[in-house]
Design a protein around this ligand. Structure first.
Ligand SMILES: [Zn+2]
Length: 600
């Protein structure tokens, strides 16, 4: 891992003082440049002026350098975070030892000692003599110590009293206020869901949930599709039982309803961080779903047919995307965007193993930091499991790799070498490159074949519409936690997606996020709005990139990826877009599905 990091190309920025001054509002109170094209004549003037001003500030003897204490604390903090990353990755990979051969208990012990030392260093610093920017950074550090770095990574969680996945094990009610018990129950249901999602019976075989959904897309016989779809029913039951009032999901919903709004915010509140009010966001969700409704034929289809109809592009292109090509295609694509994935310290865990989480995800492997005057970028790990290839899985792997190159681009002081995880902008960033796989130009360039624009657009948005439907589903249930989730789902999907209503089935229970991270689906919905706005903006101010652009990654790093926690998502987005976020770009893009007859 270290060797890969050392081999990574140095970022384009000349030195830490200049970098912080130019790029961090904490240091400079605003970026020196707005989102000007590098070819814009003002761009070079602004850059030169900023360089002169910043160089003067750095050299000025009255500019206070961070204290030795602070520098030592930041170094130790980076080491602490990297140690925690290593332990987390080791666990996620199902291993007992870290790459250096240390056992997990030993690493945990060392982590706790290091954490305690960092906390002591933090308490010993006299902040009165620090700059405002340093104090702000220490506030972030302190918050991270209390949250992401809290406690023992392997600490015993409250005992799970629910040892069986039979829904008869569900409690009639979770005791009000007993958050620990509710969280333990939530983990139990998620674990049951994960086990069911990776052990779906299919003939004489056992496959995972994504494989079944993939087969729906390629099975021409409707009766066989229906049979495949119902192979998922045991998975639905782990979440919602028989849809009775005592179902696990409904018990958790009612528990959440009794919670303080601070600890149980509406999914719509996720957008407030980027300046989108709840009312506006709900209007967007409905407007987008309505645009899909009017762009697609109004005859009702069965849920298993929805997947098939959406997959015309997948079926045509699947022979060109075998499973073994997923990673090679992904890295080749990023290479043409100027992102050398292996050199950026991106690692992959794509093989199935016991206990592996059923949800694809990406996280830090180590934290970027200065060493001997050079910047060593963060490393990352991508976790996913693929039984097959195909366009959908390729999209997901490109998306996860989008997260990974985001982490590699973060170039900030130690307190800010992090991302706003579980954040709509973060999800949108990963989709900026990923959505290109649905562009006919991209397909022809990288796969040697392409589908029509309406067919490609339907393929792109069919799963996004389901995500938006799930987001609206969570909003509706947050507002009415005693409602029947099957009824709510049937109402949304029949109205907007033209899917025949089946309130007798809990077929909505197919996303782990609904259990593990309530409200998270909103990230995908809002992310879709953000990503289409960003993609449209990049094409306008920097140029199209569907068939590659070696300046894309450096440009995007400078304008979007590098800030970590140093800037708010709202500031970053406002500056990049040059105006307020709207649903206009997404609605415009959806318009490419017409004529509807061609998409069907
Ligand atoms: Zn993601």
């Amino acid at each position: 891992m270290a060797a890969l990091a050392a081999a990574a190309p140095m970022p384009v920025f000349p030195g830490s003082c200049l970098v912080y001054s130019l790029l961090s509002p904490v240091y400079s109170r605003g970026r020196a440049t707005r989102c000007l094209s590098p070819h814009h004549p003002l761009s070079s003037i602004f850059s030169l002026a900023a360089w002169v001003l910043t160089a003067a500030a750095c050299a000025h003897p009255s500019s206070p350098a961070p204290t030795l204490q602070l520098a030592r604390l930041e170094t130790d903090y980076t080491a602490l975070r990297s140690l925690r990353d290593t332990l987390d990755i080791t666990r996620a990979r199902g291993l007992a030892q870290t790459p250096s051969g240390e056992s997990l208990p030993s690493g945990d012990h060392r982590f706790l000692a290091a954490r305690s030392a960092v906390a002591q260093q933090l308490a010993a610093i006299g902040t009165a003599h620090l700059r405002t920017s340093d104090r702000a950074a220490l506030t972030t550090l302190s918050r991270t110590l209390a949250t992401d770095l809290a406690g023992n990574p392997d600490a015993a969680e409250p005992p799970d009293r629910h040892t069986s996945c039979a829904t008869t094990d569900a409690p009639s009610a979770l005791a009000p206020g007993d958050t620990a018990a509710a969280n333990a129950y939530r983990r139990h249901i998620y674990d049951c869901f994960g086990r069911a999602a990776t052990a779906v019976p299919a003939g004489n075989d056992t496959v995972d949930r994504l494989t079944i959904l993939g087969r729906l897309a390629e099975t021409p016989d409707a009766a066989e599709r229906k049979r495949l779809f119902f192979a998922l029913a045991p998975m639905w039951r782990t979440v919602n039982g028989d849809d009775g009032a005592r179902s696990p999901y409904r018990a958790l919903l009612l528990f959440g309803a009794g919670q303080d709004p601070e600890t149980n915010p509406s999914p719509l509140d996720r957008a407030s961080d980027i300046g989108v009010g709840p009312a506006m966001l709900e209007r967007w969700l409905v407007a987008i779903l309505d645009a899909w409704r009017t762009a697609t034929p109004d005859s009702a289809v069965e849920p298993w047919d929805y997947y098939y109809l959406a997959a015309a592009a997948d079926r045509q292109l699947a022979p060109r995307i075998p499973r073994d090509s997923l990673l090679a295609l992904t890295t080749r694509y990023y290479q043409t965007l100027g992102a050398d994935v292996p050199a950026l310290g991106v690692h992959y865990d794509l093989a199935p193993h016991p206990g592996k989480t059923p949800v694809a995800n990406t996280t830090f492997g180590s934290r970027g930091h200065e060493a001997d005057g050079h910047w060593i970028p963060s490393e990352s790990w991508v976790f996913a499991t693929y039984e097959t290839g195909g366009l959908g899985n390729l999209d997901e792997l490109v998306h996860e790799t989008g997260h990974a190159i985001h982490l590699a681009a973060i170039h900030e002081r130690p307190e800010y070498v992090d991302w706003p995880d579980s954040d709509p902008l973060t999800e949108a960033i990963a989709d900026i490159p990923a959505l290109s796989v649905y562009e006919p130009a991209w397909q022809y360039h990288f796969l040697g074949d392409s589908v029509s624009t309406p067919v490609a657009t339907r393929a792109k948005y069919a799963s996004i519409m389901l995500d938006i439907a799930w987001a609206l589903f969570e909003v509706r249930l947050h507002d009415h936690p005693d409602a029947d989730p099957n009824e709510v789902w049937a109402a949304i999907t029949s109205r907007y997606l033209h899917i025949a209503p089946h309130p007798e089935w809990s077929w909505w229970a197919m996303r782990g996020q609904l259990i593990d991270a309530p409200g998270y689906m909103m990230n995908y919905a809002l992310g879709a709005v953000i990503v289409t706005a960003i993609r449209e903006r990049i094409a306008a101010v920097h140029g199209p990139f569907a068939t590659g652009d070696p300046s894309w990654y450096p440009w995007l790093s400078a304008h979007l990826l590098q800030f970590g926690l140093a800037q708010s998502p709202r500031d970053v987005l406002d500056e990049l877009l040059g105006g307020p976020l709207t649903d206009g770009p997404l609605l415009r893009d959806l318009g490419r599905m017409r004529p509807a007859s061609a998409a069907r």
